[in-house]
Design a binder for this molecule. Sequence first.
Ligand code: ZN
Length: 114
Amino acid sequence: MLKKPCPWCEKKISFWQLGRIRKKKLTFLTIQHDFLICPYCAKAVKLSGRSLYLLWALLPFFVFPFISMFTDIELFDLLPIDNRFLIMSIGYLFILAVFFGALGFSKFAKDNDL
Ligand SMILES: [Zn+2]
């Protein structure tokens, strides 16, 4: 499911096989840009697709630590003691599911910026 055809050479590649090139992009600000490179044809690809919006579902998990950091509320203590481990496990599974779901249903598109 995680293997998708390269938009340039049609070979099936998985996300983990992609190479990475760091290249400076010259705009009015010089920014570092990481390009993902197809291992077969060495052309730049990028992830695209609506499924990537799923990643926004993970946002709360990145915000939680900051809530405890800036307020006195300790969110971890709000969890019922008996079920703490279970709830944490479900949380981690949810994060994994969203992450792989978003990757799995996305596709590769041509990146012309190389
Ligand atoms: Zn390719």
